[in-house]
Design a protein around this ligand. Structure first.
Ligand code: NAD
Ligand code: GLY
Length: 364
């Protein structure tokens, strides 16, 4: 079992990472000073797999519990579902003496977190992430929210949890494609922030794919540590935290143009990382072999690395709507070699993206 700390002054919190540690939930909550009455929010898929051990762990530690089950899917991450969650909280008599626990992937974590941030002006919140993406990214750092019909994650709040408890055993039931999508974010941390971690991932790719517990714990720990270090410096994404969006600008364009659902978010980010790494080569920030190493590592986890065929103008338009466009200038996160990165304004995106998309065999 490993413990990390996200250091945010009085809002600091621990991350417990281990294998088969769901039964230690009561102990972890007690140490974190969490309320003795808890509403567990999950979806129907995760309920069937993990509600029982979680509720047993809570009851055996004398917690009063309620289980609130939402429908499974990104399409339910909206204000309607949030309203139904508020109804259930009110009907169950949840007051300020209660805490809320998210049990599931990033969709449940984001939605339950936003509910906790706003219900009764804020009640304590903890995360038990059960997808790799949620374990290495969304459960840490306090971004919560729901989608609006005009865009993803447009309604939300920064609201930090009191505890994140990560049991890598839950990854045993995760569909392989979801696991790979989470690996894209893990590889991202190595590519932008930690050369040694990137090399370690190259060496451990087979063990990780075989879901070897020690390797998973190490990968999740390093990912969470890197994210925690960044969030401690820039919690509200004034500047540095934006580097976590490496691969996301082009990835976002891939998602929009292909229609949401065609690519999983992590898959689109994998394509975006390949494109960003090639742009870095074009701008002399890194070498061709380094871009190739990033592409190869993504491919080892069966992630897509070739952009879909859309006209260059469509990609440029879709990227122009990205959140990282500031005063009309596109700002890309680019890797400097492997293990470092910078935020780079791109004055004439067409001049950079045309050769890169041509190299990658995509219509430019
Ligand atoms: P998800 O929550 O939809 O989970 C993917 C699927 O796996 C779902 O069907 C879910 O029910 C199922 N599942 C979850 N755990 C399982 C398990 N252990 N075994 C079997 N099935 C399981 O998707 P996700 O990739 O975890 O999260 C994506 C969401 O996260 C998006 O809404 C995205 O916006 C958000 N996100 C948030 C942040 C943040 O910082 N808050 C960061 C990245 C992504
Ligand atoms: N997933 C990016 C962030 O948390 O900032």
């Amino acid at each position: 079992m490993e413990k990390l700390q996200v250091g945010l002054g009085e809002r600091s919190y621990p991350i417990w990472i281990g294998e088969g540690i769901l039964d230690r939930l009561g102990e972890a909550l007690r140490e974190a000073g969490f309320p003795r009455r808890v509403a567990v929010v999950t979806n129907d898929t995760v309920e069937a797999l993990y509600a029982k051990p979680v509720l047993e762990a809570l009851r055996s530690a004398d917690y009063t519990t309620r289980l609130l089950v939402l429908p499974d899917g990104e399409e339910y991450k909206n204000l309607d579902t949030l309203n139904s969650l508020f109804d259930a909280l009110i009907e169950n008599g949840v007051d300020r003496g209660w805490g809320l626990i998210a049990l599931g992937g990033g969709v449940i974590g984001d939605m339950a977190g936003f509910a906790a941030a706003t219900y009764l002006r804020g009640i304590p919140f903890s995360q038990i992430p059960t997808t790799l993406l949620a374990q290495v990214d969304s459960s840490v750092g306090g971004k919560t929210g729901v989608n609006h019909r005009l865009g993803k994650n447009l309604i939300g709040a920064f609201y930090q949890p009191r505890l994140v408890l990560i049991d890598v055993e839950t990854l045993q039931t995760l569909p392989v494609r979801e696991f790979s999508a989470g690996m894209a974010e893990v590889i991202k941390y190595g590519a932008i922030r930690d050369r040694a971690f990137f090399s370690w991932l190259q060496a451990k790719a087979a063990d990780l794919q075989a879901l070897d517990a020690a390797s998973l714990i190490a990968a999740v720990r390093t990912s969470c540590q890197i994210k925690a270090d960044i969030v401690e410096i820039d919690e509200k994404e004034g500047s540095l935290r934006a580097i976590l969006n490496y691969g996301h600008t082009f990835g976002h364009a891939v998602e929009v143009l292909s229609g949401y659902g065609e690519y999983k978010h992590g898959e689109a980010v994998a394509i975006g990382m390949v494109v960003a790494s090639r742009v870095s080569v074009e701008l002399g920030l890194s070498r061709k072999e380094q871009a190739e190493q990033i592409r190869e590592l993504l491919m080892r986890f069966s992630l897509p690395v070739t952009p879909p065929k859309f006209p260059l103008d469509d990609f440029l338009r879709a990227m122009g709507r990205d959140k990282k466009v500031k005063e009309g200038v596109l700002r890309l996160i680019l890797n400097k070699g492997i293990g470092d990165c910078l935020i780079h304004p791109i004055d004439r995106p067409e001049d950079i993206f045309a050769p890169v998309l041509n190299q990658l065999g995509t219509q430019g």
